[in-house]
Design a binder for this molecule. Structure first.
Ligand SMILES: [Zn+2]
Length: 388
């Protein structure tokens, strides 16, 4: 798709300093030119979108979601509001509802959430399985993820998270073995990544090590839910294995963070989880930043601990509660998140990048952070095509 976007009051490409009075040319779905509007090439595409002074940023990359699920977790949420702590157990409630839903119903539910994400400027999204927890149910969720990728303009990265929680009534040793045995089928059904919920009461560091080592042997990239409920050594494991990302990290230590930085592990921050759990765990972003860890942001969209499809909302919380600067938060929501998925052609608007753009409702990205409860994104463009 060819498109000229003009009237850009402020353009963030993430590869160059912010540019005032700019334009973007997309040819065949890729960024062909960015620069001052006055220097727009004469042969720029005739299909024009005039954004009338708005700020334009790369489409957001949501690096961590559990988008495919059925049911709600109302009782658990209300109990948490009354003071009950989160122990990961509510995942089983969603597993029961998800197993009971048809593939078509699950796809329809996920597509509704994908539409909400798109309307909030997300153009690339990682989606995990993890609410099936039998080989057949997990592979079925990979089929649903593929359907979302085929039926939505979103670019999808699929992750196999069979090791989300040990299912009820299962012996953990045999379940870990089953997850490992399912890896080749998961890769064949479209998974590009493997993830493990490595935490207190869920999977141990040793179990995560075995699962992720086997996943690497099957050609899958590695991600890890780490140090969310308690510090268990998961972040150090992510560094040891060279995972692309370690996510959550509320209880990460400075030593863990230095190991992550040295190994190039991207730290994925999920501030909407901290808010939903009312855990007040906001300090880890500074620990990671001080150690030189590249930061990413994500929604962790799931029915229990972060019912949120909005990357601008994650950006707001990252700034207001975690203390990131506006520039750091937008970078984490675009370029950092793309790096956590090892994608080099999204999350920025350098030449040759995918023509994925979010047109903000404000003339400056800081206004989107400051304006609570407003509508942050006016238009979303994927591959040079207006999708919202
Ligand atoms: Zn998660």
């Amino acid at each position: 798709m060819n498109l000229t976007v003009r009237g850009i009051g402020r353009l963030l490409t993430m590869t160059e300093p912010a540019l005032p009075d700019a334009a973007v040319v997309v040819r065949e779905g890729r960024v062909a030119w960015t620069g001052p509007a006055a220097k727009l090439p004469p042969d720029a595409p005739e299909q024009v979108l005039d954004v009338e002074g708005a700020c334009v940023v790369p489409g957001f990359v949501d690096a961590h979601t559990h988008l495919v699920f059925a049911g709600v977790r109302r009782d658990e949420f209300v109990a948490r509001l009354a003071g009950q702590p989160y122990d990961g157990g509510g995942i089983r409630t969603t597993v029961a509802a998800t197993r009971a839903a048809s593939v078509e119903d699950l796809a329809a539910l996920a597509l509704g959430r994908a539409a909400t994400a798109l309307s909030n400027g997300t153009t690339t999204m990682e989606i995990k399985t993890g609410y099936g927890l039998t080989p057949d149910d997990e592979l079925r969720l990979l089929d649903v993820i593929a359907m979302v990728g085929a039926r939505s303009p979103l670019r999808i990265e699929a992750t196999y998270l069979g090791a989300h929680v040990v299912p009820e009534g299962r012996d953990r040793e045999s379940y870990v073995a089953e997850v490992i045995e399912t890896l080749p089928a998961a890769a064949a059904r479209g998974a590009r990544w493997c993830d493990v919920f490595c935490d207190r009461g869920v999977f141990t560091v040793d179990e995560a090590h075995r699962i992720l080592s086997a996943a690497r042997d099957h050609g899958l990239g590695l991600r890890l839910h780490a140090e969310e409920i308690a510090r268990t050594g998961a972040a150090a494991l992510a560094a040891e294995l060279g995972c692309a990302s370690a996510d959550h990290l509320e209880h990460v230590s400075a030593e863990d963070a230095r190991a992550m930085a040295a190994a190039g592990v991207v730290g994925v921050l999920l501030p909407t989880v901290t808010l939903s759990l009312r855990s007040q765990a906001w300090g880890h972003a500074a620990i990671l930043r001080d150690a030189g860890v590249q930061l990413a942001l994500a929604t962790d969209c799931n029915p229990g601990t972060s019912w949120c499809e909005s990357m601008p909302y994650a950006v707001q919380l990252a700034c207001l509660a975690m203390g990131l600067s506006v520039d750091e938060a937008f970078r984490a929501a675009t370029l950092g998140a793309a790096h956590s998925l090892r994608l080099d052609d999204v999350g920025h608007l350098g030449q040759g990048a995918r023509g994925d753009l979010a047109v903000l409702t404000a003339e400056h990205e800081a206004d989107v952070v400051a304006h609570l409860g407003g509508r942050p994104v006016l238009r979303t463009i994927v591959g040079g095509e207006l999708v919202n």
